[in-house]
Unconditional design. Structure first.
Lengths: 546, 236, 422
């Protein structure tokens, strides 16, 4: 069955972020692959997923988990072949699941043939494909992203005896987007995958494409011009596809990435994410409401992408110092958990494996304005291992069962690309898909239910949001509206039961219908509407006037 | 003749003896009632004295100024006086009760009147006592307020208030006991005009902060014009 | 548990919304629209600067202002200040206001604040006077920190004052509190202070709220309750206390609130103070006291005149209160001219102690006893002014110290005349 044609499909998407390598190994080599992923598509269908975001699966020396790409037009041999990829795409589309893939535009691996050629000599035709300099003093106002490992954004290349520019690891030289040939080739790469059927791209590290002296080399107008050009070509040649921006910026700086609806379709709302964690810890809605108040309006065709966790550290870059210190003290008291102005932990360990808090956070993820993105394994409450270095602790194999290798692979455990989580609380015998499928009230089943209820209304994905500000600051309450549909969401951010009186006079006469149990709550009248909530509890109400 | 005299005498003796025999029990009853009354009155006196001592009635009476009056009149303390008064009233009451048993015509009516008068006497005394208390309190309050407000002639003010209140109280007392009612009423009517002054001052006491400030401004202006530039003490 | 019946439903509802807090700052007001805005902003700034992570609330207990004071409290916002000084509010900071039932009374205002503190389970609380225009963010922190760190239960202020400010404090309240209760508390009657939730709950539970001094003199009662309960007390220097212009009519109400409260505390705390000898200093952050020496014109002649008038006119009252020898001495000095007039420390102490004993015995109405002390205090104030008009700050402090020692030395006299000791 062909995919439903809906230009704004991404507004009702439920995105599942997964690394091929980590999901399922079909050939027993200890590394997940496309055939394995293919086998697990029904699991995702049951969960309610309709969009998969694949992390980089390209040939790569894997010094940055695949974000150092050595060949854009192929599949890493460990994950399968292009054919495997095609089969996976077909299977996904048959199940009405769209697939977006990673596209790392900003830089390549230093092993990429382009860089090898560029560095070989000053006269090489690809010399200008990267940003070279005789000194390391240019663009000195640009910040360093990987502060824990990199001392400078310039690296000395002994081969070409000059410096090259890199905003990430030194083995990831930045492409030079001032070069038209680079821009052309990048589009060709994208076109290659679009022709294979991908439904969109998550463009990695987009703020850094272009550099200019005297600036911080982020979010420059020239960068936006490049992106607009790519979008134009996409719309012309492949309508209905989607571009998702990874731009870790303040909301005001993110706004330009939507332009007038002619740049990105979606962008991650980075500043909101840590504030959700902060709000729950402070038991105060202030951080959440404030950042959303500061979030500018975006074009009607555009969408925010919301997430709780992903493959990177929980970035605290978009916080003030006082907020960052608070987050570190609250969530990463062990300094080994901290990396690059962030915290490298999974969702469940961050929330002390507290089921109520996990549910609350997912409830907010699904009800705040935007498209939710679920990081693989968080739907069953997987744990992490900070001792694995870098951010590998949150990229461990998916836990399918309590058996051999957690059901991930038939290989010897020593051959796995990464050790499984072993501890008694989060290890695969305790946390796995199979046992949670069999347990009625497991987190997995609850997540399925949550997603199913979310899908019963388009208001969450496409509706407006109006915050209510009850006197009790521990309650985060808002109304989502789309056309005739009105949804009231009430979240208790506190570890204690709370009472709240909501001013719902505007909705006088409406009956509240709780969306999970479909039970009726009292009608809204003139008086403030009293609700009581258990610790970390939340309500979704459909307002109905009969 | 002799026999007639003897017969008459004998008759008279017999009549006297019959009469005496008739009244003797009543006299005995009178004596018994009188004796019992003495015991009860004595008991009441002891109890009342203890109660009054417990509630420190002497102190109250001192505050009212009654103790001073009593000591000037070489009378015992208020507690003692009241206890004795109650003793005598109680005993007298019993005696009168005994006398009423004798059945002397006309006496019973007077005795009843006496008993009806007692509550009014008690109320009058109470009114007097409370009135003295109030007079002392308010006169002292006025004295202190006017001294602290630096008003001229504070003592005159205090005495005036005390006098007015006492006159008022006395008129109530006399009216209560029914002595010279008309006279007192007329006299009070004349003095009532002065009560308005008392009320005005009482209002000033009640709103003493406001009144003091106002009066100070009024009266202080003439005397302290040259000190207008100086600060007042800041106690805290 | 606190008596909640005096809290209005609306106030209770607001408290429910606030929930548990770590810090609570109470501001009792009555027609303070001229000063309250900046004070509340300073409090907000202080909390955000020094306690950014703590849950905090500002509670305004208002006595029925007609000038919009409560509205100013609730609407005070430090947006501009915040942005310019990079203060950041991690949490919602609540500012709520309530009007208590009776007319303006500091005791009732304090009770409302204590009730709120107990219901909100505040660990550390501060009370700030609406007239404290000298308060800064640092001084608020200096008050709250020792309590929040659980080092002390009561933090009282000390100030840099004009030498002739607070004469009642330096000549009666401080020396008498020190002599009787054994602690050198410079400001036993403080308009801004901080206390622990523990101490607040204990004071709230005491049943002294219906009596007049409690309604009006609760600050000093609070200090005495802390002493009586063995709570940890310290002082902290809060800087300069501005001279406030007063009216002569302010003296008697001030004495009711302070001296009345002090005298009425003696009876229930008899077992505490009758055995204390001498006094000890209490931990103090910063200087204990500083005097400034700017010229200040005070109507000295009036003071002496009112003293003399008082002695003459109130003789009948004094007879009930003072010993005959004391009264005679007062009458003798009342007749002296200004140059020779001197109300010595010893005579003053005797006077005060005899008044305290008379108050205890209720020889006349207690309120009248306090009023009767006012003219005598004026005489003592006159002597204090004359003795210190030309001296250095050190001299002033020495004179105060000598007076304190005189109070301590004559304490046995008070015990002797106390009569009817418990």
């Amino acid at each position: 069955m062909p995919l439903e044609q809906d230009v704004l499909w991404y507004k009702r998407a439920i995105i599942y972020q997964v690394h091929v390598r980590a999901f399922c190994d079909s050939n027993g080599d200890g590394i997940g692959d496309f055939p394995g992923l293919n086998q697990k598509l029904d699991y995702l269908v049951d969960l309610g997923i309709n969009t998969i975001w694949l992390m980089p699966f390209f040939p790569s020396p894997l010094r940055d988990d695949g974000y150092d790409i050595a060949d854009y037009n192929s599949v890493h041999s460990s994950y399968g072949t292009l054919n495997d990829f095609r089969e996976f795409m077909d299977s996904a589309h048959k199940r009405q699941i769209r697939v977006i893939i990673e596209m790392v535009l900003n830089h390549t691996s230093d092993q990429h043939p382009w860089f090898q050629q560029s560095r070989s000599s000053q006269e090489n035709p690809r010399r200008d494909w990267y940003v070279w300099s005789d000194t390391d003093t240019r663009y000195h106002e640009a910040g360093i992203n990987f502060v824990d490992t990199e001392m400078s954004n310039w690296a000395w290349d002994p081969v070409s005896k000059s410096y090259y520019w890199h905003r990430f690891f030194s083995h990831q030289p930045d492409l030079n987007y001032d070069n038209a040939a680079v821009r052309e080739e990048v589009w060709n790469v994208m076109k290659f995958w679009l022709e294979l059927g991908v439904d969109g791209f998550r463009l990695d590290a987009v703020p850094y494409l272009v550099e200019r002296e005297g600036t911080n080399c982020e979010n420059l107008p020239e960068t936006h011009a490049v992106l607009k050009e790519l979008r134009r070509k996409l719309d012309e040649q492949f309508p209905g596809k989607m571009l998702l921006a990874e731009a870790n910026q303040w909301p005001a700086a993110l706004r330009p990435y939507f332009a007038d609806g002619n740049e990105f379709h979606m962008a991650f709302h980075f500043p909101l994410m840590p504030r959700m964690f902060m709000g729950v810890k402070l038991e105060d809605r202030k951080p959440i409401t404030e950042i959303l108040q500061q979030t500018p309006e975006i074009p009607p065709s555009c969408q925010w992408c919301l997430f709780l966790r992903n493959h990177d550290e929980l970035t605290l870059e978009m916080l003030t110092k006082i907020e960052r210190d608070y987050m570190n003290d609250s969530y990463a008291q062990d300094k080994a958990m901290r990396l690059n102005l962030g915290i490298r932990r999974r969702l469940a360990p961050l929330l002390d494996n507290d089921r109520r808090r996990i549910e609350l956070m997912n409830g907010m993820l699904m009800s705040l304005p935007g498209t939710p993105n679920i990081y693989y394994g968080d739907e069953i409450g997987m744990g992490d291992n900070i001792n694995l270095g870098d951010r590998n602790g949150v990229r461990t194999p998916m836990q399918w069962s309590g058996g051999w290798n957690g059901g991930f692979s038939t290989a010897d455990p020593e051959k796995l690309y990464s050790p499984l989580i072993q501890d008694p609380v989060y290890g695969s015998p305790a946390v796995n898909v199979l046992s949670q499928k069999k347990t009625q009230h497991s987190l997995l089943n609850w997540m399925e239910r949550l997603i199913a209820v979310r899908k019963t209304t388009a208001a969450f994905g496409s509706g407006s949001i109006e915050f209510l500000y009850p006197a009790n600051h521990r309650i985060l309450a808002y109304v989502r509206r789309l056309g005739e549909e009105t949804i009231l969401v009430v979240n208790n951010l506190s570890s204690a039961a709370q009472a709240v009186e909501l001013d719902l006079r505007r909705y006088k006469g409406n009956i509240l219908i709780e969306m999970f149990g479909k039970n009726i709550f009292p009608r809204v009248g003139e008086l403030p509407y009293l609700l009581t909530l258990g610790p970390y509890y939340f309500y979704w109400f459909r307002l109905r006037k009969i | 003749m002799r026999e007639m005299i003897i017969s008459e005498l004998t008759q008279a003796m017999q009549q006297f003896t019959r009469g005496f025999a008739h009244i003797l029990p009543r006299i005995i009853v009178l004596v018994i009632v009188g004796f019992v009354g003495w015991v009860v009155a004595y008991f009441l006196r002891i109890v009342l004295r203890s109660v009054l001592r417990l509630i420190k009635f002497d102190k109250l009476s001192e505050s009212a100024g009654a103790s001073q009056l009593l000591s000037k009149a070489a009378l015992p303390s208020a507690t003692e006086l009241l206890s004795r008064f109650v003793f005598w009233v109680a005993w007298l009451g019993f005696i009168l009760l005994g006398i009423s048993v004798l059945g002397v015509f006309g006496l019973q009516e007077q005795i009843a009147k006496f008993f009806l008068f007692l509550p009014r006497l008690f109320v009058a005394l109470l009114t007097m006592f409370v009135g003295l208390l109030c007079a002392g309190f308010f006169s002292r309050a006025a004295l202190l307020a006017s001294v602290n407000a630096n008003l001229p002639s504070p003592r005159l003010l205090s005495v005036s208030i005390r006098t007015i209140i006492i006159i008022f109280v006395l008129s109530l007392v006399f009216e209560e006991v029914g002595v010279g009612e008309q006279t007192m009423l007329v006299a009070f009517g004349i003095a009532f005009g002065a009560v308005m002054l008392g009320l005005a001052i009482a209002f000033g006491i009640g709103g003493k902060d406001l009144a003091q400030q106002f009066l100070e401004t009024r009266f202080g202006r003439g005397g302290t014009a040259d000190e207008g530039k100086e600060d007042e003490l800041s106690p805290l | 548990m606190a008596e909640e019946s005096s809290l209005t439903d609306d106030f209770l509802g607001q408290l429910i919304s606030v929930g548990e807090v770590d810090l609570l700052v109470g501001v009792p007001t009555h027609n303070n629209s001229k000063t309250i805005g900046p004070i509340v902003e300073t409090i907000q700034a202080g909390l955000l600067t020094f306690f950014p992570r703590e849950r905090a609330a500002i509670i305004n207990a208002d006595g029925g202002s007609r000038d919009g004071t409560p509205g100013l409290v609730v609407s005070a916002a430090i947006g501009d200040v915040q942005r310019s000084s990079k203060m950041y509010a991690l949490r919602t900071l609540h500012s709520i206001s309530t009007q208590y039932a009776s007319g303006p009374a500091r005791g009732t205002a304090l009770r409302t604040i204590l009730a709120a503190a107990e219901l909100l389970r505040a660990k550390a609380c501060a009370v700030v006077s609406p007239e404290s225009t000298q308060i800064t963010t640092d001084s608020l922190a200096a008050l709250l920190r020792p309590v929040y760190a659980d080092t002390f239960d009561l933090v009282l202020p000390t100030y840099r004052r004009h030498r002739f400010d607070g004469v009642l404090l330096t000549n009666l309240l401080y020396p008498m509190t020190r002599a009787l209760y054994g602690l050198r508390i410079r400001e036993p009657y403080a308009l801004e202070f901080a206390f622990s939730g523990r101490l607040g709950s204990q004071f709230l539970a005491q049943n002294a709220w219906q009596e007049e001094p409690a309604r009006t003199g609760s600050e000093i009662q609070f200090t005495l309750a802390a002493i009586a309960g063995g709570y940890r007390i310290c002082q902290t220097f809060l800087g300069t206390r501005e001279h406030v212009e007063r009216h002569s009519a302010d003296l008697v109400p001030a004495m009711r609130q302070t001296v009345g409260a002090l005298f009425s505390s003696l009876e229930p705390n008899f077992t505490l103070w009758n055995t204390k000898n001498g006094s000890e200093p209490i931990p103090t952050a910063g200087v204990e006291q500083e005097f400034t020496l700017e010229p200040l014109r005070i109507n000295r002649k009036r003071l002496r005149e009112m003293f003399s008038t008082g002695v003459a006119e109130l003789e009948s009252v004094f007879r009930a209160i003072l010993a005959p020898s004391t009264l005679a001495e007062l009458q003798q000095i009342a007749g002296l001219d200004e140059a020779r007039f001197r109300y010595s420390a010893e005579l003053w102490v005797k006077t005060v102690y005899e008044f305290a004993a008379a108050y205890h015995k209720s020889v006349i109405s207690r309120d009248h006893i306090i009023q009767a002390l006012a003219p005598l205090f004026r005489g003592r104030a006159f002597t204090f002014l004359m003795e210190n008009r030309n001296g250095s700050a050190g001299n002033v402090e020495n004179n105060v110290e000598n007076l304190c020692l005189e109070f301590e030395r004559m304490k046995p006299y008070l015990l002797e005349i106390w009569n009817g000791r418990e």
